[in-house]
Design a protein around this ligand. Structure first.
Ligand SMILES: Cc1cc2nc3c(=O)[nH]c(=O)nc-3n(C[C@H](O)[C@H](O)[C@H](O)COP(=O)(O)OP(=O)(O)OC[C@H]3O[C@@H](n4cnc5c(N)ncnc54)[C@H](O)[C@@H]3O)c2cc1C
Length: 424
């Protein structure tokens, strides 16, 4: 029997290994990973495609990580079934591994809608190193690409491809790109930066079907938009969204909402079974409830908490919240918490806008507590705002100063300084 079995060797799995080894240097650990080299930074896929990073520079942990931590790394292998009664994980090929403690850190997978032509050579997603390598192999013979989806991943893909000299059309069904993260003002500013860099942005429409090349129908030659217009292209990147990889626990007793539901110790409802990262619905300190928060640092932190608890050291997950830190063509943006509520009635909104720079700052308050903010162009004070938000600090006495250039930790009243640094 293996003492600790971890499915998934990315941010969550790595965090768990490190925490387990801090507490238990000798207990047997097996990591099962479908990806052959799982320990790379997934957010850097875009830099890999743009050639600003190599596989080596995007490694989150070195090649010796598994060996140094005395981990049996079953890379290039998939877990296919879990028997929670026998406490066994089945692998592709039929092998079975028994566990004392199990962590499910299977992350997310791209959502790919069924679309005519979707099987053609030249259609990619953008969430794995293998997709980036597939794109790389095609780039030499490609001139143009259509990226479907104007969210964080689609915009990253567009930036990377433009930097490689590809003519990119970014297609977003809603009226604004990055609409889940930003409000309209910030989204328009981001779109302007993309357009100036050479990306053609089409909003309010999507791709209806993918066409083949005239001389080779099996290869991507273009797309047909919902208004019937055709756009010729050699590549299509589908970046519509990422969904939790919950297939191993479907139709099992594991409590599942959109992701696997875990408590503050990253425990599922099944004894000795934990989950973390993009596959889990964990604590959000802003809403004081559970939700999916697919963010690298949270996956790693959740993995660490799971690892400690699996190894017998009690640790509680502090939680996270919606938080995006973006850098598109040198435009830095941080968006945290509630930034674009449907009804503004309950909120107080503070705004500073300097379109020429461009700089945009927006802070949302509810009952004198910061519940969200966007800092675009100038992000230096975002860390202070985050602490005030995280600790639910009443900022009524400093509201007027929050957007001033002089605002900083030293200008905060002593009482607030103490409240913002309460560890929770
Ligand atoms: C292009 C892109 C850009 C991003 N940018 C950012 C960013 O700027 N900031 C940020 O915070 N986050 C970003 N993210 C999100 C971040 O990468 C994820 O939150 C993080 O990778 C989640 O880590 P995880 O360990 O939960 O899962 P993953 O990183 O998804 O890893 C899960 C691993 O489990 C493996 N696996 C799944 N099922 C099985 C199975 N049955 N058997 C064996 N192995 C299995 C998978 O192959 C994978 O290797 C980005 C993601 C992408 C794709």
């Amino acid at each position: 029997m293996t003492k600790y079995v971890i499915i998934g060797g990315s941010a969550g799995g790595i965090g768990a290994v490190e925490a387990i080894r801090e507490v238990d240097p000798v207990g047997t650990v097996t990591v099962i990973s479908e990806e052959k080299v799982p320990q790379y930074s997934r957010p850097m896929i875009s830099e890999y495609v743009s050639k600003e990073a190599t596989l080596n520079s995007m490694k989150y942990r070195g090649d010796q990580f598994w060996k140094n931590n005395n981990v049996q790394a079953l890379t290039g292998r998939a877990a296919t079934k879990i028997d929670f009664t026998k406490k066994q994980v089945e692998l592709d090929g039929g092998d079975k591994i028994s566990y004392e403690k199990l962590l499910i850190a299977t992350g997310g997978k791209p959502f790919v809608p069924r679309m005519e032509g979707g099987e053609k050579d030249g259609v990619f997603t953008f969430t794995e190193l293998s997709s980036a390598e597939g794109i790389e192999a095609k780039l030499e013979h490609s001139k143009s690409a259509v990226v479907i989806g104007g969210g964080l991943i689609g915009v990253s893909a567009s930036e990377a491809l433009v930097k490689r000299g590809i003519k990119v059309t970014l297609v977003e069904l809603k009226d604004n790109i990055l609409n889940l993260i930003l409000d309209k003002t910030a989204s328009d500013m981001a779109e302007k930066v993309l357009t100036e860099a050479g990306v053609t942005v089409i909003t309010g429409q999507t791709v209806q079907r993918i066409l083949g090349k005239k001389d080779n129908d099996g290869s991507v030659g273009g797309v047909v938009m919902t208004d019937g217009k055709q756009i010729p292209c050699d590549l299509v990147v589908v970046a519509i969204g990422v969904i939790p990889r919950t297939e191993l626990v479907k139709e099992t007793p594991v409590k599942l909402n959109r992701g696997i539901v875990v408590d503050r110790f990253m425990r599922t409802n099944i004894p000795d079974v934990y989950a973390c990262g993009d596959v889990a619905e964990a604590h959000d300190f802003l809403i004081n409830g559970n939700r999916l928060l697919p963010l690298w640092p949270l996956a790693h932190m959740g993995g660490r908490v799971a690892g400690y608890n699996m190894a017998g050291k009690k640790a509680e997950y502090a939680g996270g919240t919606v938080m995006s830190s973006l850098k598109y063509f040198d435009l830095l943006t941080i968006a945290v918490g509630t930034v674009n509520p449907k009804e503004l009635d309950d909120y107080e909104v503070l705004v500073e806008l300097k379109p020429e720079k461009p700089v945009y700052k927006k802070i949302l308050l509810k009952d004198n507590v910061i519940v969200g903010f966007i800092f675009l162009g100038e992000i230096e004070k975002a860390g202070i705002l985050l602490r005030l938000l995280k600790n639910h600090v009443d900022v009524s006495t400093i509201k007027e100063e929050l957007l001033s250039d002089d605002f900083g930790i030293v200008t905060l009243p002593e009482q607030l300084r103490q409240e913002m640094f309460v560890v929770n």
